[in-house]
Design a protein. Structure first.
Length: 182
């Protein structure tokens, strides 16, 4: 029987960066730690029952416990499953898709740092402009359209949040120095 949709594996030399087994074990370990942190924080806040009802950490404690149990179950079944019949584990991600993920992830990390340094409005304007130029190839980008969309989007966001909802967004130190921050 032919497999019309073969799963990539490290055995096929397709440039697997991470195996499915490794990814499942890493994520389950991370969620186990998060569950433990939730349980510890909940215990410190109080998990008992008082005359007025549960203490503030009561329900969160059990959510953390469920996270740990589910994560340990994932670890158990992942270790029990073993490798494929070829002796190799199937690939979680290969080099080409990882490049696409990193092409989005790295600018997002820069954007998060830029928000802190430049404020939400300027960082978002630059972020939108960056992706518009990148998506349209910098040599063919219509600069007036990039400026219109990126600046226009932030003007709309400003009007909606700052003026209509009266919810100020972080303007950053530059806006504070220029006296533009609310």
């Amino acid at each position: 029987m032919l497999d019309n949709n073969p799963k990539p594996s490290a055995a096929h030399g397709n440039g697997a960066v991470c195996s499915m087994r490794t990814a499942e074990l890493a994520l389950a370990s991370l969620t186990t730690l998060i569950g433990a942190a939730v349980m510890i924080g909940s215990y410190q806040a109080g998990i008992g029952w008082t005359d007025t009802g549960p203490e503030s950490g009561h329900f969160a404690f059990f959510v953390g416990m469920i996270m740990i149990v589910a994560s340990l179950g994932t670890i158990f079944f992942t270790l029990r499953r073993g490798k494929t019949s070829s002796g190799q584990d199937e690939a979680f991600i290969t080099r080409a898709p990882l490049r696409h993920v990193l092409a989005m992830f790295i600018p997002m990390c820069v954007y998060v740092v830029a928000i802190r340094l430049l404020g939400m409005y300027l960082a978002s304007t630059l972020f939108i402009a960056w992706f518009m130029v990148r998506a349209n190839d910098a040599r063919r980008a219509s600069w007036w359209r990039v400026a219109l969309v990126s600046v226009g989007t932030m003007v709309v966001v400003y009007l909606v949040f700052e003026r209509w909802f009266n919810v100020p967004l972080y303007a950053g130190p530059l806006a504070e120095m220029l006296g533009l921050a609310s």
